[in-house]
Design a protein around this ligand. Structure first.
Ligand code: BYC
Length: 322
């Protein structure tokens, strides 16, 4: 029975009738809204995934923020600045959507800064070259779109709705990344080399963004039954490889995988084994930039304290005046 082992907030069994009615609503493609009854495990899994998603948007500003002051032209600088601002917006929409599940923004921030909550592994890699801005837009936003378009149909209404605008903006981000890569790939030998080097460094980490392989993904089965996730991690990863390989060919760049080969029978590209030890190491906090990223977030939090205090005083004054 699917409901076996699902516990309510007090650790008792969830009522069978309510669980059945809930699953029926999901199967009928009805959206679940904040005031509706939901199993405690559904609420918790959404808080986990959505808060980690929001944290990823915010931490994800850091690798690109690194290049705003050094963008090669004014136009590129304006575009990058706008992209990084969009990511702050995405974080805010998803934090707000997560708050509808009964967790505060303060608690989510505490979980991020204490290392209790994860954020996407991809943002723990350094961005030493301008070409990395191209690779992030092309590959990282490309992978993000592949994962997030199905989330526009997630069963939880506020999450699904926040994803619609985010996906529109992510497509623009992906195209700006590909545009940077196109310019570099058509440029001097040194520029082509930069583009290839960025692809070499970001390819495998981009594939890791989709999460562990299906056999090791502990949340997928339940999340797919609840239609939070619509596709498995491996299925989305395969789709990403299939659309990205021709894009690399068009750029004249080589994907750093000797096992990459079109498989006529499957109608998909076969690709090499991901280094899962590296992935686990990064999500445990030991990637190249994990500590630096959390230090930057802690600093921003500390330095923003006066803003939070001023906002509180302002709100109190408004209430007093009302
Ligand atoms: N990195 O059972 P699984 C962006 C964790 S931001 C770190 O398959 P699930 C952008 C997973 O949390 C993109 N951890 O989990 C921003 C779980 O650990 P816990 C962010 C990962 O949730 C700026 C454990 O591994 N996108 O677009 O069913 C600039 C087992 O995994 C990762 C989202 O967050 C990872 N890559 O599936 C540019 C999308 N993968 O929590 C771009 C929303 C797995 O039990 N999230 N883990 O401790 C999802 O779709 C799903 O959460 C995932 C994982 C597919 C990522």
């Amino acid at each position: 029975m699917y409901s076996q082992g699902l516990q309510d907030a007090k650790g008792g069994p969830e009522p069978e009738g309510l669980l059945k009615a809930f699953q029926k609503r999901i199967d009928n493609e009805e959206k679940i809204e904040p005031r509706d009854w939901m199993p405690e495990a559904y609420r918790k899994t959404l808080i986990r995934q959505m808060s980690q998603h929001a944290h990823s948007e915010i931490v994800g500003q850091l690798p690109e923020g690194n290049w705003i002051t050094r963008a090669p032209t004014l136009k590129r600088k304006m575009i990058l600045l706008a992209k990084v601002q969009d990511e702050a917006g995405h974080g805010l929409y998803i934090y707000s959507a997560t708050e509808t599940l009964g967790i505060t923004r303060e608690e989510m921030t505490r979980q991020l800064l204490s290392g209790e909550a994860k954020y996407s592994s991809i943002f723990n890699y350094p961005t030493p070259s301008w070409a990395d801005m191209g690779a992030i837009g092309w590959l990282v936003d490309g992978a993000a779109i592949m994962n997030q378009v199905p989330l526009c149909r997630a069963s939880y209404g506020p999450y699904a709705r926040s994803m619609i605008r985010i996906c529109k903006e992510e497509s623009f981000h992906q195209r700006q990344g590909y545009d940077i890569m196109t310019t570099l790939a058509r440029g001097s030998n040194a520029q082509k080399k930069m583009a290839q080097d960025a692809l070499n460094r970001f390819w495998w980490p981009a594939l890791m963004m989709f999460g562990p392989s299906d056999k090791d993904s502990k949340h997928s089965v339940q999340s797919m039954q609840w239609k939070i996730k619509r596709f498995s991690n491996d299925d989305l990863r395969q789709k990403f490889v299939d659309v990205t390989v021709p894009q690399a060919e068009h750029l004249g760049l080589t994907i750093p995988d000797e096992d990459l080969k079109w498989n006529e029978e499957r109608g998909h590209y076969d690709f090499g084994e991901i280094d899962w030890d590296e992935f686990i190491n990064v999500i445990k906090g030991n990637g190249p930039c994990n500590k630096e990223r959390l230090r930057a977030r802690q600093k921003a939090h500390d330095e923003g304290e006066w803003v939070r205090k001023a906002a509180e005083v302002y709100q109190q004054n408004q209430r007093d005046a009302a």
